[in-house]
Write a protein that binds this ligand. Structure first.
Ligand SMILES: CC(C)(COP(=O)(O)OP(=O)(O)OC[C@H]1O[C@@H](n2cnc3c(N)ncnc32)[C@H](O)[C@@H]1OP(=O)(O)O)[C@@H](O)C(=O)NCCC(=O)NCCS
Length: 311
């Protein structure tokens, strides 16, 4: 295929084209395979949040595939962090699908990870075997399983009593960034201080960060929410145990009364999953963490997200 694949910054016009491409590819893939194109709405404009946030957070780290006339046929966002290279979203134009474009973009990302001497990580849908296979064939190994839960939070609040530690949850501020980054490193082996600083002093999008202090004052967990109207989504976050995860999730959902929201929970966090069902949540998709070199010592409860997909 006559096409160039390269890292580069995204101009204003590029960002509109990238938003249109991501929207079109998702609608086409999910509609043609699962009759679920409607999940992504009928407007491309909300998808501009991806290039806008990523150019603010990781400028120049996007990989773009361009046709002979310069038109954008594929995009793959990479996020360099001290412990790993995160990848996502990946999308190719439907009419260019199956011709190795995504593979070429991923190979460039993996070459960068090798140069850095760090593993590459992503979270992929288990309903989308094209993407699962793409990553798997390139050397990614599946790890933890996650269920995507959708919940319309009642205007009167969640049913039933709040989890025991919910009253201890508080809003995090810039001064918490280092402790939250350290907690994630100690539990999961990954560092993303940059993301936490970004969430706590947002320059694009709109994030809210809650944290749960332990008895010694050190955090037991944190949970970020993107409150941007284009991408209302819970995550990323991490908690030392399920009780902390449930408390953070409850308080986050309580702030979203009257709104419908999606969040990912590890299938292994059975108590939190059961609590989410009791609050009315329904499974809408399954995802799996994939890495070129998993961290075997990872522990705690993880809340992945797709914006920014940097875990
Ligand atoms: C997923 C997506 C990016 C794939 O793009 P693409 O350009 O069609 O992918 P490629 O042609 O580069 O490669 C697909 C690879 O997966 C392989 N593959 C696909 N289905 C497979 C299966 N069931 N079993 C084994 N391999 C499979 C192909 O053979 C190919 O590998 P190869 O080149 O080594 O043969 C594209 O379908 C898309 O944009 N989908 C919508 C957006 C999306 O869902 N993105 C992923 C989530 S972030």
């Amino acid at each position: 295929m006559d096409c160039t694949v390269a890292f580069g910054p995204l101009s204003d016009a590029d960002r509109d084209a990238v938003a249109a491409l991501i929207h079109r590819s998702l609608v086409q893939w999910y509609e043609s395979r699962l009759r679920q194109g409607h999940r992504f709405g009928d407007q491309a404009a909300p998808f501009r949040i991806f290039p806008d946030v990523y150019e603010a957070l990781d400028p120049g780290e996007s990989i773009v595939a361009r046709g002979a006339g310069g038109e954008i046929l594929g995009v793959c966002f990479t996020h360099e962090r001290p412990t790993h290279l995160a990848i996502g979203i990946v999308a190719t134009a439907p009419e260019s699908g199956g011709r190795g474009l995504a593979k070429r973009m991923l190979e460039l990302a993996l070459a960068k990870a090798r140069r850095l001497g760090r593993p590459a990580r992503l979270v992929s849908s288990l309903l989308n075997l094209d993407s699962f296979s793409l990553y798997n064939r390139l050397g990614f190994v599946p790890g933890a399983l996650f269920q995507d839960l959708q919940l319309a939070v009642p205007a009167a609040g969640l049913p039933g009593p709040a989890p025991a530690d919910a009253a201890l949850v508080r809003t995090a501020g810039p001064a918490d960034a280092a402790a939250l980054a350290e907690l994630e490193y100690s539990l999961q082996g990954i560092r993303r201080d940059k993301d936490l600083a970004f969430f706590l002093q947002p320059t694009a999008g709109a994030w809210r960060v809650l944290t749960l202090p332990g008895a010694d004052g050190a955090p037991r967990g944190f949970l970020v929410t993107s409150t941007h109207p284009s991408a209302l989504m819970i995550g990323p976050g991490v908690a030392a145990d399920e009780a902390a995860a449930a408390a953070l999730l409850w308080r986050t959902l309580d702030l979203l009364r009257g709104k419908s929201v999606v969040f990912l929970l590890p299938c292994a966090a059975t108590n939190v999953v059961r609590a989410a069902y009791a609050w009315g949540a329904r499974n809408v998709e399954l995802h799996v963490a994939q890495s070129t070199a998993p961290f075997p010592s990872a522990r705690g409860v993880v809340f992945p997200t797709f914006l920014p997909e940097s875990g």
